[in-house]
Write a new protein. Structure first.
Length: 308
């Protein structure tokens, strides 16, 4: 439906002004802070996307995914029997089998997500992208994080972008598909909104800000624009599409702010792992430190949270 995006205008000064106000929001304290942080943990896609990934560090990541917060800390909060785990484990396609086997051996149902479709640049032929997606699904990935061809957005080839994402969605089969827009490379907030709409029209289960490899990753202005596109799409179609900010989210305070923004823009029903994820590799460490301080009243030493 090109009519939905043909006359899109984004009031950038208003969006930036709202984003600045968000940074000044007061964070919650005490038990409320602990509750929000545990909610954030359940929405994390715990990620390792390094060239030196090995089976052993993927095994370690999966253990941390199943036990994201130290058991004694959860007991102190009376949350030890609530089954708190991260939302998913995210790895490269070649490491999917390692993750799937490790989680299966641990009797854990955490889904494995895999990046695909020419991650992170998207500069590979469509046939190669589709083959990579199919292999990742074959290896056992239940979620696929694809990346779009930014050139299609920058040159206004909206039908081409739709067709690329549609074919990727078809290749995913039963797996959930998160579409990475690489917002830092799209040129304008209007393009972010249009790309978000096209991705949802083509069948994306989630839209995601960044690969984490760009110069600019998840920012509040692009988050606001993407969430308002999700809200408009829901009003138009009745379909709920998930949102995933990723890249550069490293502190517990930032995680809570993202959760609060989602609640403000989309509502409480989006605050579930089915509709909201945080893409992060080091965020969990800071969250666990904050929970440690909340429970003990002292700051964690390095050996206190060795697995973090």
């Amino acid at each position: 439906e090109l009519g939905w995006i043909s006359k899109v205008h984004v009031n950038r000064p208003a969006v930036v002004r709202h984003a600045e106000q968000i940074k000044k929001w007061r964070t919650v304290k005490g038990n409320w802070q602990a509750a929000w942080l545990l909610k954030a943990v359940t929405c994390i896609d715990l990620t390792t996307l390094s060239g030196d990934d090995t089976p052993s560090n993927v095994h370690r990541l999966c253990f941390k995914a199943k036990h994201p917060i130290r058991e004694d800390l959860l007991k102190a909060l009376d949350m030890h029997d609530k089954g708190i785990t991260v939302g998913a484990v995210c790895v490269y396609p070649t490491r999917v089998t390692d993750a799937v086997n490790t989680l299966k051996a641990a009797s854990c149902n955490i889904p494995v997500a895999s990046v695909a479709a020419g991650f992170p640049s998207g500069q590979t032929p469509l046939e190669t992208k589709l083959a990579e997606i199919k292999l990742a699904v074959e290896y056992g990935a239940r979620e696929i994080d694809i990346v779009i061809s930014r050139s299609l957005v920058l040159t206004g080839q909206w039908e081409g972008l739709y067709e690329e994402i549609r074919q990727c969605r078809e290749a995913c089969g039963e797996a959930h598909m998160k579409t990475i827009l690489a917002t830092g490379e799209l040129g304008s907030l209007a393009n972010v909104y249009k790309a978000s709409m096209i991705a949802m029209m083509a069948g994306s289960d989630f839209i995601k800000t960044s690969t984490g490899k760009e110069v600019e990753n998840a920012t509040f202005p692009v988050g606001i624009v993407m969430m308002r596109a999700i809200r408009e799409f829901y009003w138009q179609t009745g379909n709920k599409v998930g949102f995933k900010p990723a890249g550069g989210i490293r502190t517990a305070k930032e995680a809570i702010t993202w959760l609060m923004l989602v609640k403000e823009e989309l509502g409480v029903e989006w605050l579930t792992p089915e509709l909201f994820r945080l893409g992060a590799s080091s965020l969990l460490e800071d969250i666990e430190k904050q929970i440690f301080y909340h429970v003990t009243g002292s700051y964690a030493l390095q050996h206190d949270l060795a697995m973090a």
